[in-house]
Design a binder for this molecule. Structure first.
Ligand SMILES: *Cc1c(COP(=O)(O)O)cnc(C)c1O
Length: 237
């Protein structure tokens, strides 16, 4: 890692932390109630390590294969990071993802609940359940992942009944064509409904580089920030 890149990451992280602090102040919230997830997809292990050295405790990855390869390289640096799976997930990757991730944000269908539960129970048993969020589709276009709002209660009950999983809350991505404030307000209402049925499901993962202030305003507990922290993901599709 060259010194220039390290200095750039430090500067970017400072700017993101300042934006988070301003959004929290505007919303009357404490910065401690918002976890910054550095989205490191498309960036190599030295960048992840540098962010960890700068104090980032949570990183997000969207592809199993990439994360699976990076994870041991960063672990070797002895950094106790939490790795979040934030990308669409095929059931046949459940076993691998359960091995490297601390939280899966993208659970959106019963078959995936079943696959993740079995993977955790086979690998380490019910004493170490995997934290999961239900990804909610705000606009009902499920082609980009996410469950329909009407399907969330049954999915939540299924997760709650799975010994290998712990239901922690909701995750959303604001649809491109929608006003992010309206999208996140809908997400916050859905999160409150979920919490009424499952009190420990009190997390809301919402907001990215372009819109995380709006997410913090409605109560996001986890923001997922890539570009503002690391720069453009050249070549990553
Ligand atoms: C890539 C990604 C992010 C980060 O996006 P930026 O705009 O680069 O901050 C956040 N959430 C999800 C689900 C992503 O896939």
């Amino acid at each position: 890692m060259d010194a220039d890149r390290r200095a750039e990451l430090a500067k970017r992280l400072g700017e993101v932390r300042a934006r988070i602090a301003a959004a929290c102040a505007a919303a009357g919230r404490s910065v401690e109630d918002v976890t910054l997830i550095g989205v490191t997809k498309g960036f190599a292990a030295p960048d992840v390590q540098a962010l960890a050295d700068l104090g980032i405790a949570d990183v997000g990855e969207s592809r199993d294969q990439e994360a699976r390869q990076k994870h041991p390289a960063v672990l070797a640096g002895q950094t106790p990071l939490r790795w979040h799976m934030i990308g669409q997930l095929q059931s046949n990757k459940a076993r691998s993802v359960a091995a490297w991730s601390s939280m899966v944000h993208t659970v959106d269908r019963p078959s995936l609940v079943q696959a993740l539960d079995k993977a955790v129970l086979d690998a380490r048993g019910a004493s170490k359940p995997l934290d999961v969020l239900i990804q909610l589709s705000i606009d009902g276009d499920v082609s980009r992942g996410g469950a329909l709002g009407a399907d969330v209660p049954a999915l939540a009950d299924r997760i709650a009944a799975a010994d290998g999983l712990r239901l922690r809350g909701l995750m959303v991505v604001a649809p491109r064509q929608m006003d992010p404030i309206a999208a996140f307000e809908a997400a916050a209402r859905a999160a409150a409904d979920l919490r009424a049925d499952h009190p420990s499901a009190n997390l809301l993962s919402a907001g990215m580089t372009g819109d995380f202030e709006a997410a913090i305003a409605v109560g996001a507990t986890h923001v997922r920030v890539g570009t503002a922290l690391l720069g453009d993901r050249r070549g990553f599709v």
